[in-house]
Structure formats: C-alpha cells, structure tokens
Design a protein around this ligand. Sequence first.
Ligand SMILES: Nc1ncnc2c1ncn2[C@@H]1O[C@H](COP(=O)(O)OP(=O)(O)OP(=O)(O)O)[C@@H](O)[C@H]1O
Ligand code: SF4
Ligand SMILES: [Mg+2]
Length: 318
Amino acid sequence: MSDTASPLLQVEKLHKRFPVAGKRGSLLHAVDDVNFTIGAGESLGLVGESGCGKSTLVRVLARLLDTTEGRIVFDGRDLAEMPARRFAQAAERAAIQMVFQDPTDSLNPRYTARETIAEPLRLLSAQRGAEAAARVDEVAEQVGLPQSLLSRYPHQLSGGQKARVGIARALAVRPRLLILDEPTAALDVSVQAVVLQLLDRLRRELQLSYLFVSHDLNVVRLLTDRVAVMYLGKLVELGPSEAVFRAPKHPYTQALVSAIPGQGPRIRLSGEVSSPIDPPSHACRFHGRCPRGEDRCAREAPLFVDMRGHGVACHFAA
Ligand SMILES: Nc1ncnc2c1ncn2[C@@H]1O[C@H](COP(=O)(O)OP(=O)(O)OP(=O)(O)O)[C@@H](O)[C@H]1O
Ligand code: SF4
Ligand SMILES: [Mg+2]
C-alpha cells in the first residue's frame, strides 16, 4: 500500500528534453515538470496516448537516459545527480529493474534462457557459479518457467515463455521497484491475462513496487493502486485508480475513460495533438482538443492541484 510518509521513489520536477534534428535551438519536451511518488509495495499505473512521453519518463527513471533537470530520489538518494559511473556500481542499479515491451526485441537471440536470467547477476551482484545457478533456478520457478526450458534460445520459446524469461531476468537481482513498459503488449490476449496474473501475484509475494505503463485501461484498473495520466509530457491527473476510473476529473482523462466499453457515451476528441517541440509555456497543452477549453486556457497554463490525494491540472476541474 502507499506509504506517503517515506515513499520509495520520489520524482520531482523532472524534465527530459531532446534536441531536434535539423532545428538548432529547438527542443522536444518529452517529459515536462513531472512530479509523483511510489510507495513501498505500491503499484502505480502510467497511461496516455502514444507519444505522450511514457517510455521516455520510465527510461529516465531507470537511468537508461540522462535527466535534463529534476530529482529522482530513490530510498533517500538522488539518482539524477549521481554520475553514470557511480550509478553503475550503486545498489539502486539492482533495486530498479525494467521489463520491456517486446520480449523478442529485448532478449539476446544468442543467449539461452538461463544465460539471459543470469546476466544481471553477473553484472550487478556478487553471486557466481553454483550460487548464481541456484538463484536462476529459484526465479525461474517463481515465474513458472520449467527447468527444461532454461537451455532454450528465444526462438525456441513461445511469447508467454519469453515474457517469463524477461520477468525472471528483472527479478534475479531482487529489485524493489519493477518498471514495466507495456509488458504484455506483444502477447496474444489469452497469454496476456496469464502473464498479468503472474505479475500481480509476484508483486504481493515479493512485496515489490510497480510502475506499470499500459495502453489497456482495464488492465491498469485491475493491477494498480493509483494511476497517473500523461498528456504531451505533463501529468494531467493522478489519483487512486478506483476514483480516477469512476470519476475522472480532467477532460482528457474523461475522454480516455469514456473509450472503455460500458462506460457510457464516448467522448470523441477533435483537433490535432499539439507539438512537443518548443511548446508555449503560457497555454494548457490540451487546449485546441479540449471539449471544455475556453480563452483562458490559451493564455494561462493550469497548475497541478492536489485535493486529498487526487490531483488534476485543469482550470475548471472540480
Ligand atoms: N531518443 C529520442 N530523441 C528524440 N525524440 C525522442 C526520443 N525518444 C522519444 N522521443 C520523442 O519523445 C516523445 C515521447 O515519446 P515516448 O516514446 O516516450 O512516448 P510513449 O508515450 O512511450 O509512446 P508509445 O505509447 O507509443 O510507446 C515523442 O514525441 C518522441 O518522438
Ligand atoms: S485547462 Fe482548459 S484546455 Fe486545459 S484541460 Fe482544462 S478546460 Fe481543457
Ligand atoms: Mg512507449
């Protein structure tokens, strides 16, 4: 459950900007002033349409990308200011592990399942030889991978089995936070359900925290305690999943939730998503597409206002 007194992860004023090829001086604001926490044992969902910055955000948190600005405080230490070489040896490197979207892309085709799962142990732990082998056996069992499959290469495994290898690799070094970026998007629907159940069970058994990125709102509703909604680099709403899905406050979240079958009339958005390149700081990013937008929204960017744990960035949200 969420422990707001001392969160496991605290993200403060985080920015990630990319230079734009061929446009000197222009910057693409992929992550723009993002703030949130994840408590020990908590599962936080991250949703928003394609290109809104979800993968960039989680890659910055996992230190796969450098931070442009801001703080990433994990267990009391700021990872953003830690030089890459020091981070490579820090305990946090093992404590935050990532499970990627497509197991076919993220598994080395020349490694057996056993070699893949053992790799982080070799790089990030002191475990070697028989001790490392025993740890591989242990995590393989936790994720439901039979011993007989451990000598296989990725092309000899099914999609679901590859997903389990990816999860086992992440768990091998006993992380505290698992970042899952669309972990089941590449799987058949029936396999997805089984892998999601597995992830849910592992979180409880191992008392892990999750940051769970998904396009599938039904999955997010089932697997997360709280959910953060992202639009064009900014968090526009964050609250308990149950409340956000039952009574979304931000017009963008309302449109997202209305697309879930059985949620009443669908709100269709018109207009184009504005560009993340050099966005105007004085306007709401959603203006132009927002069904509730007014003149003020073009002149003044809304602040993110938290109300008893359910926050929203909109001038007119109750
Ligand atoms: N390495 C990069 N260099 C320049 N721009 C990038 C880079 N990586 C991402 N972007 C841009 O940053 C923005 C956010 O992309 P990102 O991949 O984080 O979105 P996303 O929410 O994960 O999308 P999806 O749901 O499709 O996975 C996009 O405009 C993208 O083009
Ligand atoms: S601030 Fe205005 S444009 Fe932005 S979400 Fe609210 S009503 Fe819509
Ligand atoms: Mg992505």
